[in-house]
Ligand binder design. Structure first.
Ligand code: BTN
Length: 255
């Protein structure tokens, strides 16, 4: 797959419920690379069933159709690779340094600037298609779940052009997608870790099995977070939210 095929064809809508819905509806028979962007979403979705908010025209909101050939376990690294691609694009286009918060949030000064959502359709144990959806706060940063976000335009003197940003992200996305297909997972992990926030710090993870606390040691080649708990245990965590530090109550409880 040449990387330039991502973003072709490109449909840009004024408003939709979610660009994930738009690509999903066109998926049967559509070619890899189909991309739908919108100025506004009325039902934008985030990870773990959350909503994704925007102000009309204030964000870059798009979804792209993929038809990966790798096994599902290898594709698990792709959502993280997509976050890396956005960070790389923002750096290349604007010289703005975004950091990666596991699994695929982009932060500037610890505030969220962008998020990535990936859905996959499995047929007989293989991935028939996947949709990667990316939302970037360009000029407006909606407050989400009581937490402030930040907007890209606040971090650069250059006028941020959403079409140029889309183009640059699609190019970077093509690079990481190709790297994954070619088996360069170690490279993706290294590049990702080079931009990660809170590495080697104490963190809390709220996930499917409740909350875990420990020292954040990185990610493995399937994108799982490696959490060192005590001296001889490292848990690999697939799903959850990471926050910096551990709760004082736990600190006192930990021997
Ligand atoms: C997250 O941080 O939880 C992921 C957010 C992903 C948002 C984007 S915006 C474009 C696409 N359409 C959606 O409804 N969601 C993704």
């Amino acid at each position: 797959m040449p990387s330039r095929t991502l973003g072709h064809p490109l449909i840009w809508l004024d408003s939709t419920t979610s660009t994930m819905d738009e690509v999903g509806a066109r998926e049967p028979g559509a070619r890899e690379g189909l991309t739908v962007a919108a100025d506004q979403q009325t039902g934008g979705r985030g990870r773990l069933g959350r909503s994704w908010f925007d102000q009309p025209g204030g964000s870059l909101l798009f979804s792209t159709l993929l038809r990966p050939h790798c096994p599902p376990e290898e594709f698990q690294l792709f959502p993280l690779a997509a976050g890396l691609a956005v960070a790389e694009a923002v750096w290349t286009l604007l010289g703005v340094d975004c950091r990666l918060k596991w699994p695929n949030d982009l932060l500037i000064d610890d505030q969220k600037i962008a998020g990535v959502l990936v859905t996959s359709k499995l047929v007989n144990g293989a991935i028939a298609s996947a949709i990667v959806g990316i939302g970037v706060n360009v000029v407006a940063a909606p407050r989400v779940n009581g937490v402030d976000g930040t907007a890209l335009q606040d971090h650069t003197d250059q006028l941020v052009d959403r079409r140029l940003l889309l183009d640059r992200i699609l190019t970077s996305l093509g690079v990481v997608y190709r790297a994954l297909a070619d088996g360069h997972r170690t490279w993706i992990v290294e590049e990702w870790m080079a931009r990660a926030v809170w590495l080697d710090q104490l963190v809390s993870i709220s996930g499917l099995q409740g909350e875990k606390q420990g020292r954040y040691r990185g990610i493995d080649e399937t994108g799982r977070l490696l959490l060192e708990i005590g001296t001889d245990r490292v848990d690999a965590i697939s799903v959850g939210d990471v926050s910096r530090g551990i709760r004082p109550a736990k600190l006192f409880a930990t021997k």
